[in-house]
Design a protein around this ligand. Structure first.
Ligand code: HEC
Ligand code: HEC
Ligand code: HEC
Length: 110
């Protein structure tokens, strides 16, 4: 249905007009490729779109940090620790940092 960015934008404008953008901005569960054993023991991360939308305009993330297509970013914890992706904000400044107290905030699984 949405095969390219242009179509996506037109589709989103239509959704904004009809008020169903809220549903579109639901939770995104990150899909893993074939993981190793350590990866399997941590549930996939879930990104709560709507809760972030309360704090930020779309362009805070799109497209500087994330593309408007689920599954584009292949994220590792190392990159987050290096300040990329979620780590651009979840660093103890804009938002709470990654620590053993917060693993499960993000890693909620399906
Ligand atoms: C701010 C959100 C966030 C927090 C907090 C967080 N993670 Fe992640 N993590 C992610 C995202 C996003 C991915 C990529 C999607 C996936 O694999 O679930 C990821 C990937 C992973 C992976 C698989 C890829 C890799 O780098 O090995 C493991 C294992 C992992 N996290 C463990 C942890 C542990 C352990 C903690 C706590 C110390 C933690 N994460 C805290 C967001 C987070
Ligand atoms: C705090 C960061 C953030 C903000 C703000 C944000 N998004 Fe996103 N958005 C994401 C992430 C993360 C993804 C998943 C990207 C990936 O998997 O590579 C995403 C994905 C999307 C997708 C693709 C969904 C799918 O199922 O393929 C659309 C559409 C989208 N965002 C629209 C918006 C719109 C419209 C706004 C503003 C109303 C917005 N986003 C605000 C982080 C954000
Ligand atoms: C543009 C900055 C930004 C980015 C990028 C970002 N976050 Fe957040 N996130 C925030 C802020 C700000 C909050 C609210 C913090 C608070 O309430 O103290 C938040 C809250 C959250 C929450 C808690 C939501 C709730 O239920 O209250 C989760 C879970 C979360 N982020 C996961 C992620 C994941 C996973 C990523 C990467 C895919 C990510 N965030 C990327 C800024 C960001």
């Amino acid at each position: 249905m949405r095969s390219n960015a242009g179509t996506t934008i037109i589709f989103m404008i239509m959704m904004l007009a009809t008020g169903i953008v809220h549903a579109e901005l639901g939770d995104i569960t990150f899909q893993r490729e074939q993981g190793d054993a350590s990866t399997q023991s941590t549930a996939p991360a879930v990104f709560p779109h709507w809760k972030h939308r309360i704090h930020y305009k779309c362009y805070a993330c799109h497209n500087a940090i994330f593309q408007m297509k689920a599954g584009t970013a292949k994220i590792t914890m190392q990159e987050i620790s290096d300040g990329k992706y979620c780590g651009a904000c979840h660093n103890g400044k804009q938002a709470w940092a990654v620590s053993f107290d917060t693993c499960n905030n993000c890693h909620k699984g399906e």
